[in-house]
Design a binder for this molecule. Structure first.
Ligand code: TRP
Ligand code: ZN
Length: 863
C-alpha cells in the first residue's frame, strides 16, 4: 500500500504515446488460479528517439520479456507497481512478454476474473493492465489477434471480432483464435470462456450484409434472452434509420454475467452484460427491467460507433462517448415507448442523480480536468448531463443541422481517438455558427438557476418575458460564467388553449428580455418545455397558472412538471410550518381529473401519481431535515389516497390485466398505472385497502404486479408484509435476480425499526457482498432509496453504510466507492445529522489501506 499522497492525473498533462502498437497478438492459457498470457506486440516509434518504452502493468507476475527474440536482462528494464519500463528500444521491433495472473483471486471484477465458473473480462477503464503489459490508454489503437486455450469444460472460447480458427488439443483442452480487424484501444478488449447456452438470430444491414447475432447466457436461461435479442435487432435498425450507422462485423455477441460492477460493457463485437440487464421473463422481470434491458442493449450497441469506431483520446473525454451514447439510447427509447413519457423518466433520473451530485462536494464538470481514479468519474454528470448537452445542441441547431453535424463527426473522425473540442468543431463547421460559448457547458460544473418574470400589457397585447441565469459556486469553481441556455416557451390562455406555439428563446447572457406582440389574451407561460435545458427554473407563475398547465398544457412534460411543482410546494409548505389544507384538496381534485382524462395514455397518468421523491424535495431546501420531509410527503400522499379512494379502487379494478402478458409499452403503461393506484391505496391502510393490496400481491401473474404489491405491503408493514416477504422468498430462493428485488424492497422499508431489520439482512444466508447486484440491492437500496431511515437521528444508518464501504473496499474498490455518495452531501443537512455523516466520512478516511477510489471521494467530500 502506498503511503505517499496519490498524484492526480491532469488533462493539461496529456502527451501522445511515443510508439504505435501496430498489431497485438495475445495467447491465453486459461487456468483459474494461474493463467498464462503471452503478448506479442509489433511496435514502431512515433515520438522522440531517446524515449524509453513504458507499458502499464499491475499485479502481473513477469515470466519473461524479449525484444526481437532476445530475452531482456534484468538491467534492461525496471518494474514497479505501475508497470514496466524498457530503457532502450529500437525504432521498430517486436516485444514479447509472458505473465502469469490469478483470475480466481480477482474479486475486484476488473481485468480477467471468474463469475459463475466462467472466465470473463472487464477492461474499461484501466483493467487491461492487470492482464498483460500494454499502453493501457484509449489513444493507443491496435489490431488484435487472440488465441485462447482452455480445458474443454470451458466450452465456449470467445473474444472480439471474427472467429478464424478453433479445434481440439491434447489433454482435454481446446483452442480458438479470434481476429478483430478494427484497431481498438485496450479497454475494448474482451474474453469469455465457459459453459454457456446461446440464443441465435440474424440481422441484415441496410447495405445487405448478414450479421450473426448470438446471446450467451447461463445454461437453461436462453429463453430469457429473447427480449434482449429482440431489442438488439430493433436498435440495429433504428441506428441505421436515425443516424445512418451500420454494423461492421459479421458477428455480434452479448454475454450475460452475474458478477459485474456496472450495467454493461461495449467491448467490440462482444458486449458483456450484467445478467440483471439481459435476462427477462414475465414471472421474474418487471416492466422496468424490460425497459432498462431495451435501453442498455441499445446503449452498448450504439457505442459501436460512438465509443468504438470513434473513441476517446484520454479519459477526460469520457462524455464524448458516454453523453452522446446516452442521448442516442434516450432517443431510441423515446421512439420505442413515447417521447413525453420517456422524457419525464429521463428528467426524473437526471434530477435524482445528477442534480444531487451538482449540489454537493462531488460536483464536477461534464469534462473534468483532473482525477485520482478514473473509475470515480463514471458519474451521472458525465452520462446524464453529458446527454443533456447533446440534446441542447439539437435544440439549438435544429434536427437537420444536428444530423449533418454528426454525419460530419462520423466521417471526419472514424478510426480516431478524439476530443470534445473536435466533436464541437463538427457542429460549428456544419452549422457555420461559432460554438465557443457552448463549450462552457463542458467545463463549468453546477446546475444553473433560470428565473423568469413576465409583464403583460393587455392594451398593447404585448408580453415581455425576462429571463436571468445564475450558477452557485462549486468546489474549485467559485466564479461562474453565463451559459447559452435554450429555453423553449409556449403560451396557453386561461382556458388551457394554445395561445402561441413553442419557440426556443436563447438565454445567452446573464439576462435577456424578449417582447412578443399580438398576444391577444392574458397568457399562461409554459417555459422550459420538454425540459429544454438542465437547469432549475423559477418563475413568477401563480398556483392558478400551474393548475391550468396541469390540466391542459400541450407539452406533456410541462403538464407533468406543473403537477410536481404544485405538490412540491404543498409538501415544503408543510415542512416550513405553513400547511395548506385547501391546497391539498385542490391538488387531489386536479389529480383525480387528470386520471380520468381519456385523452392521455395510462403510461403518462402513471407518472402523475407519484409525488416528488424525498431526494427531489431535499434539493429544494436548505438545510435538509429528512424526517420532516418524509412526514410531510406521507401526509400529502395519505390525503390524496383518502380523497381519491373510490376513484383509485375503481381504476385499480378496471385496469386488471386479462392474463396474456406483453412487455410492450402499452401494456406496461396500464400495469404502471394500476400499480401506482395500489401504491397510493397503501397510504390509507384501512381494512378494505389492505385487503386489496394483499389481493394484488397474491393474484399477481407477473413480476411487475408482484413487486408492486410487495412494495405496497412493505409500506404498510406488520404481519401482511411479513407473510408476503416470506412467501416471496420461498418461491424465488433459487432465482438470484429475483432475490435481489427481495433485498431491495426491504431496504426501502419505511417502518419503525427498519434499520435493525436491514442490518439483520446482512447476516442472511443469501446476502453476498461480493456480488455487486446483491450488495447494491440492500445497501444502496437503503442509503439512496430510504432517506428517512438512512438519516435516522441515531446515526445508525450512516454507521451501517460506512461499515459496508470499508468491508467492500477490501476487495472491490470500484464498487465500494460508488457507495460513498449519500454521505457526501453532509453539509446540506441539519447540523445534528450533518455532523454524524461527517464523523463517518472521517472514520472511513482514517482507515489504513484505503483504496485510491474511496480515498478520492471521501477526501473530496470532507474538503
Ligand atoms: N462503458 C460502459 C457503458 O457505459 C460502462 C463501464 C465503464 C463499465 N466502466 C465499467 C462497466 C466497468 C463495467 C465495469 O456502457
Ligand atoms: Zn456507455
Amino acid at each position: 500500500m502506498r503511503t505517499d499522497t496519490p498524484q492526480p492525473v491532469r488533462l493539461s498533462d496529456y502527451r501522445p504515446f511515443p510508439f504505435q502498437i501496430e498489431t497485438t497478438a495475445l495467447a491465453f492459457q486459461l487456468e483459474p488460479a494461474a493463467t498464462r498470457v503471452r503478448a506479442t506486440l509489433a511496435i514502431r516509434r512515433s515520438g522522440a528517439a531517446a524515449e524509453p518504452l513504458f507499458l502499464h502493468g499491475e499485479r502481473l507476475k513477469l515470466i519473461s520479456a524479449a525484444i526481437d527474440g532476445e530475452v531482456l536482462g534484468a538491467n534492461q528494464y525496471s518494474l514497479d507497481g505501475e508497470g514496466l519500463t524498457i530503457h532502450q528500444v529500437p525504432d521498430a521491433f517486436t516485444l514479447t512478454t509472458e505473465v502469469e495472473i490469478d483470475p480466481s483471486a480477482n474479486k475486484a471484477l476488473m481485468g480477467l476474473y471468474i463469475s459463475g465458473g466462467r472466465f470473463c473480462t472487464q477492461c474499461e477503464a484501466e483493467g487491461f493492465r492487470t492482464i498483460t503489459f500494454f499502453p493501457d490508454r484509449p489513444d493507443v489503437l491496435s489490431r488484435y489477434t487472440v488465441r485462447i486455450e482452455a480445458d474443454q469444460r470451458f466450452a465456449h472460447l470467445l473474444s472480439n471480432g471474427n472467429l478464424v480458427e478453433s479445434g481440439e488439443l491434447d489433454d482435454g483442452r481446446h483452442f480458438a483464435v479470434w481476429n478483430d480487424p478494427f484497431p481498438k484501444p485496450a479497454y475494448l478488449f474482451a474474453l469469455v470462456a465457459g459453459e454457456l447456452d446461446v440464443l441465435e438470430d440474424r440481422f441484415t444491414t441496410m447495405s445487405g450484409r448478414e450479421v450473426a447475432l448470438k446471446v450467451f447466457v447461463d445454461p437453461g436461461q436462453a429463453p430469457r434472452a429473447a427480449y434482449a435479442l429482440d431489442s438488439l435487432k430493433r436498435a440495429m435498425k433504428w441506428d441505421e434509420e436515425a443516424f445512418g450507422r451500420e454494423y461492421d462485423l459479421d458477428l455480434f455477441m452479448i454475454v450475460a454475467v452475474r458478477d459485474f460492477n456496472f450495467g454493461a460493457m461495449e467491448n467490440k463485437g462482444l458486449n458483456i452484460f450484467n445478467s440483471s440487464l439481459l435476462l427477462a421473463a414475465p414471472e421474474t422481470a418487471t416492466d422496468q427491467d424490460y425497459e432498462r434491458i431495451e435501453s442498455v442493449v441499445a446503449h452498448e450497441y450504439f457505442h459501436n460507433w460512438t465509443g468504438n469506431r470513434i473513441t476517446c483520446r484520454d479519459w477526460f473525454q469520457l462524455c464524448l462517448k458516454e453523453g452522446l451514447t446516452v442521448f442516442r439510447d434516450q432517443s431510441f427509447s423515446a421512439d420505442m415507448r413515447g417521447e413525453a413519457v420517456q422524457r419525464i423518466k429521463d428528467v426524473k433520473a437526471l434530477r435524482a442523480r445528477q442534480f444531487a451530485e451538482d449540489a454537493g462536494p462531488l460536483a464536477h464538470p461534464v469534462r473534468p480536468s483532473s482525477y485520482l481514479k478514473i473509475d470515480n468519474f463514471y458519474t451521472a454528470t458525465i452520462y446524464e448531463k453529458g446527454a443533456e448537452l447533446i440534446r441542447m445542441l439539437k435544440t439549438l441547431l435544429g434536427a437537420e443541422i444536428f444530423r449533418q453535424s454528426l454525419d460530419l463527426y462520423f466521417a471526419r473522425h472514424d478510426g480516431e481517438a478524439t476530443t470534445v473540442e473536435a466533436f464541437i468543431a463538427c457542429f460549428a463547421d456544419a452549422s457555420g455558427r461559432d460554438m465557443g460559448d457552448f463549450f462552457t457547458w463542458y467545463e463549468q460544473a453546477g446546475t444553473p438557476t433560470v428565473s423568469l418574470a413576465h409583464a403583460y400589457d393587455e392594451a398593447a397585447q404585448a408580453l415581455e418575458i425576462t429571463l436571468a441565469q445564475s450558477t452557485a459556486p462549486t468546489p474549485g469553481q467559485s466564479n461562474k460564467q453565463a451559459l447559452p441556455i435554450p429555453v423553449t416557451i409556449g403560451l396557453l390562455d386561461v382556458e388551457g388553449q394554445a395561445l402561441r406555439d413553442s419557440e426556443v428563446v436563447l438565454l445567452d447572457g446573464p439576462s435577456k428580455t424578449v417582447r412578443w406582440d399580438g398576444v391577444a389574451k392574458t397568457p399562461v407561460i409554459s417555459a422550459l418545455r420538454g425540459f429544454s435545458a438542465p437547469v432549475n427554473l423559477s418563475t413568477d407563475a401563480r398556483p392558478a397558472d400551474r393548475y391550468i398547465q396541469f390540466a391542459a398544457d400541450a407539452d406533456l412534460f410541462n403538464r407533468w412538471e406543473a403537477g410536481q411543482t404544485l405538490a412540491r410546494a404543498l409538501i415544503l409548505g408543510r415542512t416550513a410550518g405553513v400547511p395548506d389544507e385547501v391546497g391539498e384538496e385542490r391538488y387531489a381534485d386536479a389529480l383525480g381529473r387528470a386520471l380520468v382524462d381519456d385523452a392521455s395514455d395510462p403510461a403518462f397518468k402513471a407518472l402523475l401519481l407519484p409525488l416528488p421523491s424525498e431526494g427531489d424535495l431535499s434539493l429544494a431546501v436548505d438545510p435538509v431535515d429528512p424526517a420532516a420531509i418524509h412526514a410531510a410527503r406521507d401526509h400529502l400522499k395519505a390525503r390524496i389516497a383518502v380523497h381519491l379512494g373510490d376513484l383509485l379502487r375503481r381504476l385499480h379494478g378496471d385496469l386488471q390485466g386479462d392474463g396474456e402478458f406483453s412487455p410492450d409499452a402499452r401494456a406496461a403503461g396500464r400495469r404502471a398505472l394500476r400499480n401506482g393506484c395500489c401504491d397510493l391505496l397503501a397510504a390509507d391502510p384501512h381494512a378494505v385497502n389492505v385487503d386489496r393490496v394483499v389481493g394484488h400481491f397474491q393474484s399477481a401473474a407477473n413480476m411487475t404486479d408482484a413487486m408492486g404489491g410487495l412494495s405496497a405491503l412493505v409500506q404498510i408493514g406488520g404481519p401482511p408484509a411479513e407473510e408476503a416477504l416470506a412467501a416471496f422468498h420461498a418461491r424465488w430462493r433459487e432465482e438470484p435476480l429475483v432475490l435481489d428485488k427481495w433485498f431491495a424492497v426491504q431496504a426501502r422499508d419505511p417502518g419503525e425499526g427498519a434499520i435493525g431489520r436491514i442490518l439483520a439482512l446482512t447476516a442472511h444466508p443469501d446476502f453476498d457482498a461480493g456480488n455487486p447486484n446483491r450488495l447494491r440491492a440492500l445497501v444502496q437500496g437503503f442509503s439512496s432509496g430510504n432517506p428517512a431511515q438512512f438519516h435516522d437521528e441515531s446515526g445508525a444508518g450512516y454507521r451501517f453504510l460506512a461499515d459496508q464501504i470499508l468491508a467492500v473496499d477490501g476487495f472491490n474498490p470500484m464498487t465500494a466507492a460508488r457507495l460513498v455518495e449519500p454521505l457526501g452531501g453532509w453539509r446540506r443537512y441539519i447540523p445534528a445529522l450533518g455532523e454524524r455523516m461527517r464523523e463517518q466520512l472521517q472514520r472511513i478516511a482514517g482507515h489504513a489501506g484505503l483504496s485510491k477510489n474511496v480515498l478520492e471521494l471521501v477526501s473530496r467530500a470532507l474538503d
